[in-house]
Each structure stands twice: as structure tokens, then as C-alpha cells.
Design a protein around this ligand. Structure first.
Ligand code: PMP
Length: 395
């Protein structure tokens, strides 16, 4: 009896359906043009929005942290893995997000898991957008809170759920949404959600993985973008996308931050971020606040508007995107895989997504432009999208 038969069969099924994903291999720095699977290509699939993943000053900062503090922390934070560096970065992020305090965790994924698992009990109700990130879904699954999954960005449905919940005696009501939805690129209606939270006495959480470093004057995120810092309770974020490093955080009121330091399981049971990672991240926030950071953000948005408009002009269905994430909808798993493959053969790397990453029947290519793409890179990629899109009868 082959104990691994189950896994082999599933792999075979994915392959015969044409949707087995070969994991791409990056053989250079993460950049606008990168060497992927042995070929130099225009890269439209990274979350390296500002190009900071290859930033020289951040590398220098990482090296000096590494030299001073070593390669690893040797412990979880609450035993002896909490270095001055971690505290310093937390202060920087709290200030950046205009919150009282910040708790640093190992990734954006861990931040959601740790936060939700710590604050939700069987006495609570959680209201979650149906397109929220997998880490939110999993974080909620780890708890016994009553779940209300509302249709995507549907405020009426959210309010109906909140109204219904008032009849039950919940200890806490918690609304959670992505700030920018990672597969669609649209921005959540935070102002309206904040108003509902006031009306129904709910705590608000935003996962700003794709908004930190992207939205707001200096990339402060979706809450700053709407100017509702005073009306919003919890901002989760990642240091792995626009910040260009690794790590996650929860920026919020002091009381909740102190609570998380006592209760969040990744904080208590998983070793803290290594010094080089923290050192690089500290420099990234310095850059964001500098004129260089402002220029990068400006370039990111110039590229975004240009690329999105051109795709639309060609007749592609780009969904509801408002940010540098622009999907090209195909609604067909196999076609998406073929599209992505053909683009690669022409020198453009763009990932395709299908179920279970996106809902059934909503397959798409997902493009992400960065501040590092030149107009020539974008024009070159656009020409190839047009060629393959026509060939596959998508436009
Ligand atoms: N939230 C969202 C919305 C994301 O897109 C991601 C990354 N895919 C995460 C959380 C997880 O962040 P990290 O990669 O830092 O774990």
C-alpha cells in the first residue's frame, strides 16, 4: 500500500486539468526586470511596490544590524528574543500609523493569526469580508467566535448582520477587512465601515498588507488614505511587500498591544525576527518619509495609472482595481495558465490565479507594476499582452 497515493493522485489530477502550478524560480534580486527560470524577463508579479527589496541603504542597515546583533535572536520575544532593535521598529511603525503602540510579529500571516486567535472567544461575533486574505480566514477558523461572512464590500449586508447580532449578547463585535484586496486591487470602504462600527459598537480591523507603502501621502496605508486614524481601531500590516523585507505587525491602542504581548501565540511561541530583517525594515521607514520615498510613491502611481489605462484601452477586463494590482480577467483556469505561459515565452512574467486562490470561475492573470518599471518595460509588456490576448480571443 502506497501511503502517499492520495497526494500523487491529486498532483496527477491538477496536471491533467492543466492547472498544476510549476513554482517559478527567481535567480536574481526581486526587481522590475529579473532572471526567472533561467530567463531575463519583465516581472509583473512581485509585491515589491517601491522596489525597496533591492535597496542599497537597506542592505547596509541590515548588515550593520547583523554585525551588532548576530544572525538570530535565539528565543521567542517574551523569553529573551526581544532586542532593542525590535522595540525601535515598533515605535517607528506606531508613529507611522498614528497609533499608540505596535506589536511586531514574524509575518503578515502570523500577525492576522496571532491577533484573531488572541482576541476572539466563543462569546464574540466576527464580521469578515468574503474576499479577505487566507490568513484572516485561517485566523478566524482557529477561534470559536460566531462568524458572519458578508458579501464582498457589501455594506448593506454587513449592516444587516450587525443588526441581527444586536439581538444576541456578544461580548465583542469585530469587523475585519483587507484594506486593498489582493486579487482584485480594490480599496475597502473603510469610512463607511467605521461609521457602522460606531453605530453597532464594533471593533474595526484592517489588513493593510497591500496598502502599507502604497496608499496615503507617504504610504501610511488605507486608514490614512481615508483620513480616519481616530475612528479606526486596529491596523495589521506586513513588512514583506512595499517595505521590501519580512515581518508583520499590529498597530493599535496601548491596551490591546499589551494584551497581545501576553496572549498572541506567535509572539509567545515562535522566535522573533532576525536582526538583519529588523535593521533593513527600520531603514525602509526612513526612506518612506524622505523625498526619495515620496518620489518612489509618485512613480508607482504614475506607472499604475498608465498601465491600467492602456490595458483597458486594449479591451481587457481589469475588474474593479483602484491600485497597482490590476487583474486581467479570463474567467477560465486553463486559458489563464496558457496566457501566463505564452507571456513568459515572450519575456514577461505574469502569474495566473485560479481556484482555490480566487473563487471558482474567476480565473485571472494578476499584474502588479512597481516604481522600478520604466515606461519602456511597461510598453514592451503591453504590446505582448495585446498580441497574446488577441491570439487567445480574450480581447
Ligand atoms: N494579508 C494579505 C492581504 C496578503 O496579501 C498577504 C500576503 N500574501 C498577507 C496578509 C501575508 O503577509 P506575509 O507575506 O507577510 O505573511
Amino acid at each position: 500500500m502506497d501511503k502517499f497515493l492520495f497526494f500523487k493522485k491529486e498532483i496527477e489530477r491538477l496536471k491533467s486539468a492543466g492547472i498544476y502550478k510549476n513554482i517559478a524560480l527567481l535567480e536574481s534580486k526581486q526587481d522590475a526586470v529579473a532572471k526567472i527560470n533561467g530567463k531575463k524577463v519583465i516581472n509583473l508579479s512581485s509585491n515589491n511596490y517601491l522596489g525597496l527589496a533591492g535597496n542599497y541603504l537597506m542592505q547596509k542597515s541590515a548588515i550593520s544590524a547583523l554585525k551588532k546583533f548576530g544572525t538570530g535572536t535565539g528565543s521567542v520575544r517574551n523569553i529573551i528574543g526581544d532586542m532593542t532593535l525590535h522595540r525601535h521598529l515598533e515605535k517607528i511603525i506606531a508613529k507611522f500609523k498614528k497609533t499608540e503602540k505596535c506589536v511586531l510579529l514574524q509575518s503578515g500571516f502570523m500577525a492576522n493569526i496571532g491577533l484573531l486567535n488572541a482576541i476572539l472567544t466563543e462569546k464574540d461575533a466576527v464580521f469578515s469580508d468574503e474576499l479577505n486574505h487566507a490568513s484572516i480566514i485561517d485566523g478566524i477558523r482557529l477561534t470559536k467566535a460566531q462568524r458572519f461572512i458578508y458579501p464582498h464590500c457589501n455594506l448593506e449586508a454587513l449592516e444587516n448582520f450587525l443588526k441581527k447580532s444586536i439581538k444576541q449578547k456578544f461580548e465583542k463585535r469585530i469587523i475585519i477587512t483587507d484594506g486593498v484586496f489582493s486579487m482584485n486591487g480594490n480599496i475597502a470602504p473603510l469610512r463607511e465601515i467605521a461609521a457602522l462600527s460606531k453605530k453597532y459598537d464594533a471593533i474595526t480591523i484592517v489588513d493593510d498588507a497591500h496598502a502599507t507603502g502604497v496608499l496615503g501621502q507617504n504610504g501610511e496605508g488605507s486608514v490614512a488614505y481615508f483620513g480616519i486614524e481616530k475612528d479606526w481601531d486596529i491596523q495589521v500590516g506586513t513588512l514583506s511587500k512595499a517595505i521590501g523585507v519580512l515581518g508583520g505587525f499590529v498597530a493599535t491602542k496601548k491596551s490591546l498591544a499589551l494584551f497581545l504581548e501576553q496572549k498572541a501565540r506567535p509572539y509567545l511561541f515562535s522566535t522573533s525576527l532576525p536582526p538583519a530583517v529588523v535593521g533593513a525594515s527600520i531603514k525602509a521607514f526612513e526612506i518612506l518619509k524622505s523625498p526619495k520615498g515620496k518620489n518612489l510613491l509618485k512613480k508607482l502611481w504614475q506607472n499604475t495609472f498608465y498601465f491600467k489605462e492602456k490595458l483597458k484601452e486594449m479591451g481587457f477586463d481589469t475588474g474593479v482595481s483602484q491600485t497597482p494590482i490590476t487583474p486581467i480577467m479570463t474567467y477560465d483556469d486553463k486559458k489563464t495558465a496558457v496566457f501566463s505561459k505564452k507571456m513568459f515565452s515572450l519575456g514577461v512574467f505574469v502569474q495566473g490565479f485560479w481556484y482555490p486562490v480566487v473563487p471558482q470561475g474567476k480565473a485571472r492573470l494578476r499584474t502588479i507594476v512597481t516604481a522600478k518599471h520604466t515606461k519602456e518595460d511597461l510598453d514592451d509588456a503591453l504590446e505582448k499582452f495585446k498580441y497574446v490576448g488577441k491570439k487567445l480571443k480574450i480581447i
